[in-house]
Design a protein around this ligand. Structure first.
Ligand SMILES: NC(=O)c1ccc[n+]([C@@H]2O[C@H](COP(=O)([O-])OP(=O)(O)OC[C@H]3O[C@@H](n4cnc5c(N)ncnc54)[C@H](O)[C@@H]3O)[C@@H](O)[C@H]2O)c1
Ligand SMILES: *[C@@H]1O[C@H](CO)[C@@H](O)[C@H](O)[C@H]1NC(C)=O
Length: 478
């Protein structure tokens, strides 16, 4: 999107130049008139008029474009927009929905290989969304991202992911909300997406006790918004792959978790909204013939990860010498981001076409699928902390408590045999290796040259902004 702004700005400059030339010619004409004959004066006026007409015929689009660019921002309809976070670089193209916006979006959506996908990635400035967008683009698929850049965690990290997508790959991330139906309609009208990878959501288990309505807005209403736009306004309808969660297994005792285990006992509102999403997916598949695949992620971690998750907040606390609180006996099926991204692409590649509500009977029902994407080897949270201590070269101040019953489940373990069978999903990254990649990124991103002295101002500053979220620092299963 900065490219769009730069593009339009460059044209604005070009627009100025002929205008200046015109002015010079006009004043030149006056001097000429005073000095020379009546006839010559008339000829000059005529020539000037001709120039003006030529200019107007040649550049009408530039005139109208620069107008709508400057008058675009107040028309934004995102409910969560916070202009204080928006820099000049990030604004503009996203709220501007004219011809330049469409061209930029279409360019980003166009695959660079034969038979390539054209994918709308929601939540593209998020952790999983950014990685999947890179992976799709790297193999030649077209990608348009969409994200509302909400302040649930450090917005500058979301902006950094989004900038990286644009600068290294030319992938546009629109600053928009999935509840903005008019925008989605516009988007689907402008681009024939073959697939939607829907990852935008309010994540986090603990935060649901503080902001329950945020979960309903993004995970229920927003999900319906995406399904509606894909079902009604896209022709042909795209296939949809979306993120559910391992948390739907809730208070399920049976392990490892299989897709056919019961999921009707959620332990958090977050889990309940994901479970609701799976029921909503069933209805949209049934009524509108949408091809829908739900992916139940298991504690995804890695570089460019989420600061609200335990491995990330623990790393930060270890470096800055703050105490951490961890739950005795908690074990997690930690899954490395590259494995999850491969799983997402596998699900997209095998999704099968949407059939529409009418042709559904002829060509058989559209596919409705759900898969676990985990690592299949649970690790104790205490072990995760030990690995971090070793990698960071510094001991944690640990406070071990028993787990309260307010959201997190004590144990997760994925059975991924269905994903393995249907798209060759095979997680290959151990927690030791994955956390090493995470810490390498973490140290570089926050410029932590000397961890042992805990002297990084950047990190300490980042830690302060999230202090109020201490109570949710242990949320590991979102
Ligand atoms: N990371 C995990 O361990 C994990 C586990 C299970 C499920 N999931 C699910 O996977 C998906 C991606 O998770 P993540 O870890 O990348 O989280 P994330 O918070 O980093 O990414 C989600 C992105 O969606 C955006 N977003 C939220 N509400 C939006 C809205 N209404 N409109 C537009 N954008 C909106 C956010 O700004 C954010 O950038 C989510 O659906 C999450 O619930 C993640
Ligand atoms: C994993 O799931 C498959 C398919 O549902 C099942 O056949 C297999 O027994 C399960 N494995 C375990 C260890 O439960």
């Amino acid at each position: 999107m900065p490219a769009g702004v730069v593009d339009a700005a460059a044209k604005g400059v070009r627009l100025d130049r002929p205008a200046t030339i015109l002015l010079r010619r006009a004043s030149g004409a006056k001097q000429l008139a005073a000095a020379s004959s009546h006839l010559l004066f008339r000829a000059t006026i005529l020539a000037t008029l001709a120039l003006v007409v030529l200019f107007a015929v040649h550049y009408p689009s530039l005139l109208s474009r620069s107008f709508s660019l400057s008058s675009s921002s107040p028309s934004s309809s995102s409910p969560h927009r916070r202009s204080s976070h928006r820099s000049l670089l990030d604004s503009g193209a996203t709220t501007y929905r004219g011809a330049a916006w469409e061209r930029e979006v279409r360019r980003s959506a166009t695959p660079r290989r034969n038979g390539g996908l054209s994918v709308l990635v929601t939540g593209a400035a998020g952790f999983v969304g950014a990685h999947c967008s890179v992976a799709l683009h790297a193999r030649g698929d077209g990608v348009v991202g969409l994200d509302n850049f909400n302040a649930y965690y450090d917005v500058s990290l979301k902006r950094a992911r989004s900038r990286l997508l644009l600068s290294s790959r030319g992938v546009v991330v629109l600053d928009a909300d999935i509840n903005d139906g008019a925008l989605l309609e516009r988007l689907f009208a402008a681009v024939p997406f073959t697939h939607v990878l829907h990852l935008a959501a309010q994540a986090g288990v603990r935060y649901a006790m503080k902001a329950p309505q945020a979960y309903v807005a993004s995970n229920v209403a927003g999900l319906v918004g995406v399904f509606e736009a894909a079902a009604r306004h896209a022709d042909p309808q795209p296939a949809i792959v979306w993120a559910s969660s391992s948390s739907v297994y809730g208070l399920n005792g049976e392990t490892p978790f299989s897709e056919d285990h019961r999921t009707d006992r959620p332990a958090s509102l977050y889990a309940a909204t994901k479970k609701a999403g799976e029921a909503i997916a069933h209805a949209y598949n049934h009524i509108y013939g949408l091809s829908i695949t739900g992916l139940r992620f298991f504690t995804v971690y890695g570089p460019w990860g989420r600061p609200d998750m335990a491995y990330f907040s623990f790393a930060r606390a270890i470096v800055s010498g703050e105490p951490i609180t961890l739950f005795a006996d908690a074990r997690r099926d930690f899954t490395y981001i590259d494995d999850v991204a491969r799983g997402c692409l596998g699900a997209l590649d095998t999704a099968g076409k949407s059939t529409g509500s009418k042709s559904g009977k002829k060509s058989g029902p559209a596919p409705l699928r759900v898969y676990n994407l985990g690592n299949t080897s649970p690790v104790a949270v205490t072990r995760m902390v030990a690995i971090l201590e070793k990698l960071l070269g510094k001991k944690a101040h640990k406070r071990v408590v028993t787990m309260p019953s307010n959201g997190d489940v004590p144990f997760t373990h994925a059975n991924v045999s269905h994903a393995a069978r249907d798209f060759g999903y095979r997680p290959t990254t151990s927690l030791d290796v994955g956390l090493r990649h995470f810490v390498e990124w973490f140290v570089k991103y926050y410029k932590l040259d000397d961890i042992k002295s805990g002297s990084s101002n950047v990190l300490l500053a980042a830690g302060k902004t999230t202090k109020r979220k201490k109570s949710m620092a242990m949320s590991a299963a979102s």
